[in-house]
Design a protein around this ligand. Structure first.
Ligand code: HEM
Length: 400
């Protein structure tokens, strides 16, 4: 077994040298009994699309915390997330939710993201400095989701905290009883709040996402209230941490590469390419997990039925077999953006990829237009979150 430390400050500061070693020496590496880490692009791509790999969230919870914990409200709610389902339940839920989620067209989403990003910049522009993670990257995706759901801005603050409590149930290492209780409180509060909203929208439908979810149908089939509430919670959860951390990572990456930043500032129409390259070079979601439904060989290794594979998207995005000079940040990179895997692949491909790209392009564009003198502090030694699954910054002090 390779001697690797995925929990050290050096790893969190720069995980890519270790990822390179793993891709070379142990592309499907045993992390602990029954858990593997896959780092090559080819393997990641295959596992994401292979129906022999699926999800079994509650079995993992029972293994880690005991069978009683499975009944707790937080785990029950999360278990209704499409993200954690297998076909045919996943196919049904995703089809219905996509119908509602896909209604708003790109210009409308862009307009919404612009409005919210401008409001946030209005809030701090006079101060001359701010922590961009706290005042911009985190609130922006929450405000966008709240606007899509047509719920009050005050509630967005509450949901920002609650999603952070609920997201803990995905942690790979066991969380404390107090953290489980906080996640349960968040799940109950979410449930109460959105059940009331659902009732109101049934009586007075609008053009918001909840009204659209209530109306979505496929043949005779519709979503029930539990499914709508869980799907809204999922959108808050996955649409929030992912995009917020990605925005911080993109800003840091650009300031660490002044020649590339200069190219962008000269020509803001490069924004879609910039976002693609940021998503490849410093993506926020590093791990997607799958469980083997039967024994499956990957290269020299056999993953046994019931064992888990952590697909390392961050490592796959830097695989030299697919990307030339993968450790260089090049916004005019010749390889197709479609080869990068920041949004996963196969049946669970990120449902919010279009929205995430729009939010990122809009947020960066507005910052560089409105704060042309923007500078970041401490770009050589930033404070990275100590997690393997999500890569992101604790804070990002900026001045102008
Ligand atoms: C930069 C931002 C984002 C990144 C890097 C990202 C990444 C991902 C990844 C890797 C997956 C697949 C996980 C797996 O295969 O197990 C996923 C799934 C998903 N994402 Fe995103 N995401 C982002 C933003 C968003 C946003 C803004 C939304 C919606 C508001 C969203 C909604 C979803 C949903 C609903 C799924 C589950 C799809 C399914 O299971 O069929 N994501 N995302």
């Amino acid at each position: 077994m390779l001697n690797i430390n995925l929990n050290s400050p050096a790893f969190f500061a720069d995980p890519y040298p270790l990822y390179a070693r793993l891709r070379n020496d142990a592309p499907v590496c045993p992390l602990m009994p029954g858990i593997w880490l896959a780092t090559r692009h080819e393997d990641a791509n295959r596992i994401l699309r292979d129906p022999g790999f699926g999800k079994d969230f509650l079995a993992g919870v029972a293994r880690r915390y005991g069978t009683d914990t499975v009944k707790e409200p937080a785990f029950q709610m999360v278990n209704r997330f499409m993200l954690l389902m297998n076909p045919p339940e996943h196919t049904r839920l995703r089809t219905l939710v996509s119908k509602a989620f896909g209604v708003k067209q790109a210009p409308e989403l862009r307009h919404l993201a612009q409005r919210e990003a401008n409001r946030l910049v209005d809030g701090f522009i006079e101060q001359g400095r701010t922590d961009l993670v706290k005042t911009f990257a985190y609130p922006l995706p929450v405000r966008v989701i709240c606007a899509l759901l047509d719920i009050r801005l005050e509630d967005s603050l509450r949901f920002q905290e609650e999603t952070q409590a609920l997201v803990k149930v995905f942690e790979l290492s066991p969380i404390s009883p107090a953290e489980i209780e906080a996640a349960n409180r968040a799940a109950r509060d979410f449930d109460d709040y959105f059940r009331t909203v659902c009732r109101k929208r049934r009586k007075n439908p609008g053009t918001d996402l909840i009204s659209l979810l209530l109306q979505a149908e496929e043949g005779e089939d519709r979503l029930n209230e539990d499914e709508i509430i869980a799907s809204v919670a999922l959108l808050f959860l996955v649409g929030h941490e992912t995009t917020a951390n990605m925005l911080g990572n993109a800003l840091l990456t650009l300031f660490r590469h002044p020649d590339q930043l200069a190219l962008l500032k000269e020509n803001l129409s490069l924004l879609p390419q910039v976002v693609n390259e940021c998503l490849r070079y410093e993506t926020s979601v590093h791990i997607a997990a799958r469980v083997a439904m039967r024994d499956i060989a990957i290269g020299a290794v056999t993953v046994k039925q019931g064992e888990t594979v952590y697909i390392n998207l961050g490592a796959a995005n830097r695989d030299p077999e697919v990307f030339s000079n993968p450790d260089r940040f090049l916004i005019e990179r010749p390889e197709l953006a479609s080869k990068t895997l920041p949004f996963g692949g196969g049946i669970h491909y990120c449902l919010g990829a279009r929205l995430a790209r729009i939010e990122l392009e809009t947020a960066l564009g507005i910052l560089f237009r409105r704060l042309p003198q923007l500078q970041l502090e401490n770009i050589d030694n930033p404070s990275w979150k100590p997690t393997l699954t999500i890569r992101g910054l604790d804070y990002l002090e900026a001045y102008w």
